[in-house]
Design a binder for this molecule. Sequence first.
Ligand code: BGC
Length: 668
Amino acid sequence: MTKEQINEIVRKMTLDEKIGMIHGSGFFHTEGVERLGVPRLMTSDGPMGVRGEFFDAKWLFLNQQDDLVTYLPCYSALASTFNRKLAYEEGDVLGSEARGRGKDVILAPGINLKRSPLCGRNFEYFSEDGYLTSELAIEFVKGIQQNDVAACVKHFALNNQETARMAVSSEIDEEIFRDTYLEVFRRVLLEGDARSVMGAYNRVYGEYCCESEFLLNKILRDEWDYEGVVISDWGGVHDTYKAASAGCDIEMSVTDNFDEYYFAEPLKKMVEEKKIDESIIDKKVFRILLMMDKLNMLEGDRKAGAYNTRAHQEAAYRVASESIVLLKNESDVLPLKAEKQKRILVIGDNAIRQHSLGGGSAEIKALYEINPILGIKEYLGGNTRVDFIAGYDAEIAPDATEISWQEKSLEVTEEENEQIKKVSKEKREEVEKVLKSVDYDSVIYVGGLNHVIDREGFDKDDMKLPYGQDELISTILDCRKDAVIVLISGSSVEMGSWIDKADTVLWSYYNGCEGGRALAHIIFGEVNPSGRLPETFYLKPEDCSAFSVGEFGKKDKVHYTEGYEIGYKYTDKHGVKVQFPFGYGLSYTTFKVTDEKISGDGKKMHVTVKNTGDREGLETVMIFGDNEKTCVRELIGFEKVMIRSGECAEVEFELPDGYSNISTSRVK
Ligand code: BGC
């Protein structure tokens, strides 16, 4: 359709019809204008799969069985793959499933930078690094949108903590803001051609993001020329006039008084009273129609999508198997030899836990979720006896089948996050007794965090493992130094009290429906691990610049005084000791950079990497440079390549301007 044709539709609409299109008339949709062939706009969360269907006006899942979907690895897991192709593939699956479920807009991806290890939604975000986030999210958005579904990139902007997320104002130097957090949004929205963006809950420079002249009119529309649709976070609008004139297009919320939404009757009244010009509403409707047209919703053939296909499940497996990070493997304990396992012991709640139905709005109803013990048993078959002990008591995460957390989420953010940390001495003693009395071929511990802790609306109090796991892991390692320690989590945890005792540590973020299978394949050597950490694993939260230099978790204003020094850009520059650095990850083989040179005109870099071990593996080649403007050393290129044993791979990078000392080493 031409823009003139779209304007023609707008001209034919009554004010009521236009108002219907710019606010929620159910929790996840707006109204269409049937007589003009304009359908409702159907949205859905979210990041790890298409969320279950809700009642229109009640925060409860409809009790139906046709909304089960492919559960995808969370974005931290996706980022650990350092693989743009997989980012595209996962986006493609999400887009196809969204379309298959009849959705027009999928509320993903979340691209906020991980400024602090304590943010409750870190699992929904990619990385602390803007370049890595942008490179992967751009591909992800393209993957979604090739299915005639719009991505809704969130949360714009500076929504880096959950504490007081409905009120807190993020304060940052404007130039630094533009070069860092805004640059990620600019690239993903423009290079990814994302059709919509979600205004965040918080304030920036004192203004709510969904009402911010600076963010929405100046940056987004005037400077970036962004033509997509701005959708408010659910309950992110607080003032009719401000939000309407700042360029927010659609108001969504969490309460069922749809006609009373700021963009419903109150806005209509303001237009009728000539307090707001109707042309402002027309622009919103125009942008929505433009998006609908790009999604082939108004005319032409639209893709139908599909969900739960074998191909989608295979893509979920590919991401899961490339995302698991081998943190330690002394004495080559891993991979375990399957044929030698007659009797093994699996310990830990995360071996049997399903994570899909938790985390807040990221919760989904998964068709299936292979947990680690299922993955292990499936792989080993019936000749191995697999014993299991929980080892600790974990809590049950709240989910939409029990209570309506989302309706209450706007209130509970002010409350303290009560994490119950039960130290179960008896359970630990039970584990010790079993380990001392039975001669297991192997012991596998699967612990970490869960969505009681990694969840929307709350930040974590600390980085400690809950439920007495530190003591439990120490006890296990005292009995069996070769126990395989697996941590499944959405954000980094302290490991200091036991890490030196452990031979072997594997790390997995919430890894989707195939996560347990991928884990088993890595433990038993079917797959060679190739994940790399997309964030710094600090020794303790205070080592992160958001605490040591800036502020985090305050309720009124949070000053981002760490400036450009986010994550490793701070720890590397100041020599702060960390548990595991950004980009870290081992393999069952070894790699060596044998040559790296910048070619004549200084525009290209050529790196040769050799697989010096005895099995083939995927290696991520990263290059770093000193940013001449910001004075931080940062990632400027990465490529993942498969290299056979004894062979070399040649990788070529285009070099950006403004960097010096470019090399494959993160630290100079
Ligand atoms: C979250 C968004 C989500 C929306 C709709 C809000 O609580 O912040 O990320 O898309 O709810 O469920």
